[in-house]
Design a protein around this ligand. Structure first.
Ligand SMILES: NC(=O)c1ccc[n+]([C@@H]2O[C@H](COP(=O)([O-])OP(=O)(O)OC[C@H]3O[C@@H](n4cnc5c(N)ncnc54)[C@H](OP(=O)(O)O)[C@@H]3O)[C@@H](O)[C@H]2O)c1
Length: 268
């Protein structure tokens, strides 16, 4: 399996932390060439100079995915260097745990622009090259919140539902082009994004977080097996099955669980 990924050119957004960082490490083990994108370029340099094997070919690209011009430039820089992009991992994302009406419009726009528009800009910039190559794989790191509404995460959910819909639609649109897409929908992952929630030991026990390394391995494997979607984590799988057949029951369960384990307050 690893042999199939050798020398592939992989562009990863949000590579400066958490899942993106771990994904870079996992692809480096398979001897891929890595274009690492994020706003904190010093973190990308740390990853590439101190963590990845010294023979890994890397590009560290400062890029804010909410800026379409920066996204285009990141893609062009990768193509100018390696003349192709085999794999795109749309991983950059932010979240905000807060009742909907407590979020001002600029926060709402920031979440949608990063998670959803950032993903759209990247795909828009990468597809011409993938079409020219006649091949390519795009992994959109969505979330179980792309299938299940979670109180106090309405905008995050909207962005992740959007990513799941985008992935599905494009997969069909690009059918038989050699290009395909995977939506990855993990439950909680122990990264800086989930840090506050996981500080609460009772909640942490309930959420049963996966590690960034586990998710990274899944991402790498998905680039060989190319499944349409991955739901990852014991709890998400069960809840999503319940949602399908008993939506009101899941509403009640989710509402009650949030009320008990993560009511909105100072500690969020
Ligand atoms: N942790 C979880 O429980 C969980 C569960 C399901 C799905 N996810 C998804 O997994 C993805 C990765 O999250 P994580 O858990 O690894 O969180 P994280 O450790 O906070 O990492 C988020 C990454 O996104 C980058 N980013 C944020 N805004 C950006 C922007 N405007 N432009 C470019 N990069 C930006 C950050 O880099 P810079 O700050 O350097 O730009 C950072 O590298 C997200 O899409 C998240 O929604 C996470």
């Amino acid at each position: 399996m690893d042999q199939k990924l050798k020398d592939k050119t992989v562009l990863i957004t949000g590579a400066s932390s958490g899942i993106g960082w771990a994904t870079a490490v996992a692809f480096a083990k398979r001897k891929c060439r890595l274009a690492l994108a994020a706003r904190r370029v010093e973190k990308l340099q740390e990853l590439s100079q101190k963590v990845l094997p010294p023979d890994t070919q890397t590009l560290e690209i400062p890029c804010d995915v909410t800026n379409a011009e920066q996204v285009k430039w990141a893609v062009q820089k990768t193509i100018n260097t390696w003349e192709r992009i085999d794999i795109l991992i749309n991983n950059a994302g932010i979240s905000d745990y807060r009742p909907f009406m407590d979020q001002d419009l600029s926060t709402i726009e920031k979440i949608l622009n990063t998670n959803l528009m950032g993903t759209l800009y990247m795909i828009h910039a990468v597809l011409p090259m993938m079409k020219k190559q006649g091949s390519g794989h795009i992994v959109n790191v969505a979330s179980v919140a792309g299938h299940l509404g979670v109180p106090n995460m309405a905008v995050y959910c909207a962005s992740k539902f959007g990513m799941v819909g985008l992935t599905q639609a494009l997969r069909m649109e690009l059918y038989k082009t050699g290009i395909t897409l995977t939506a990855l929908c993990p439950g909680t992952v122990a990264t800086p994004m989930a840090e506050k929630a996981l500080r609460n030991p009772k909640l942490a026990k309930r959420l049963r977080p996966k590690s960034a390394d586990q998710v990274a391995e899944l991402i790498v494997k998905s680039c060989v097996t190319k499944p349409p979607e991955i739901i990852y984590g014991e709890i998400p799988g069960t809840i999503l099955k319940l949602t399908k057949f008993f939506p009101r029951l899941t509403d009640w369960l989710t509402y009650t669980a949030v009320k008990i384990y993560r009511p909105f307050g100072k500690s969020n």
